[in-house]
Design a protein around this ligand. Sequence first.
Ligand SMILES: [Zn+2]
Length: 405
Amino acid sequence: MQIDASRLWQTLMDTAQIGGTAEGGICRLTLSAEDRAVRDWLTTEARHLGLSLSTDRVGNMFLRREGRSVTAAPIAMGSHLDTQPTGGKFDGILGVLAGLEVMRSLNEHNVETEHPLLLVNWTNEEGARFAPAMLGSAVHAGTLPLDEAMAQIDAEGMSFGEALAQSGCAGEADIGATRIGAMFELHIEQGPVLEHAGDRIGVVTGVQAARWYDITLTGRTAHAGSTPMEMRADALMAAIAFISDVTDIARTAGGYATVGEFAIKAPSRNVVAGEVRFSLDLRHPEDSHIEAMEQSVRDRLTAIGDGISSHMSTLWFSPSVRFDAGCIAAVRHAAETSGLPWRDIVSGAGHDAVNISRIAPTAMIFVPCKDGLSHNPAESATAEDCAAGAQALLDAVLRYDACPT
Ligand SMILES: [Zn+2]
């Protein structure tokens, strides 16, 4: 059974008008009028396809197609329809609309699955209007308490709870009431790996670990003209050498190190920097490796010397996620039968699937996006790659339906 590639593309392009921007992207902030409009559109589609819709109290939408078994927990597909303010046409949206295309194809071919199927639109994945990102799936998975989510405030001072009420996006269903037996999320890669390798499908085996730190180096301010070089405690020069070494630590470990924020305290062109503060973001697919990277960073920090003292605090700690072996096997089977070049890949970014993997067997499928660009109006994926992803989604779901492991 083949999905309808042109119908999928047409649906992607049609719905891209909802919140469409002059630059060719989409601005569809969570719980905005545009978000409401695309949700209404999806509700109408669900009705046409004979799917039953249940919306929970944070606005997560579950569209159900019955299977032969009435007792089996459903196999879910889905992602998110909200975007960044400078969003593109594919991030999240592809995962939902490909799931819709799967439902359409199954109906057209009169296919009855063993398990019921669900198409899910998770609320506020982007985190652009309300923190944290992936809010709806976190509430569903029970990792974010409902009252905490409701109290989140946007830039205008409106709470998430108020925005739900005002937009009319909230439903009646209790949180977690919709069972999920397994979930498959199709997404654009948002990175350059697949495109660079010439691969068309990514079998996502997990999501890498991430740790965030703040580091302060304190030396001594001094006169730029009258303090000999060997008598300085220059915090900035110490930081430059340290950051260079941290980059080497990451390269050697096969991980990532990023200093995205950096500030000199009371900067002045003729004063030796007395104190600098900077952020450090470490990533690695393996928890044991990120732990070793952190240890090397700490060792390097203690070894700075030269009258420089240091302080390092941990802000955020996200362990790696390993997706379910059975779900991965279903995606791999779909990739193999596609006849297209594919590879195993670890996601560099977080997704709703990370939250759901804590409560149900989960895996993801990636397709390439042009130049790895995302969160940008120029975000682009080809019609062929979108279709290949949707086909892999259909095949993986059918495979898992036939032999869940
Ligand atoms: Zn996304």
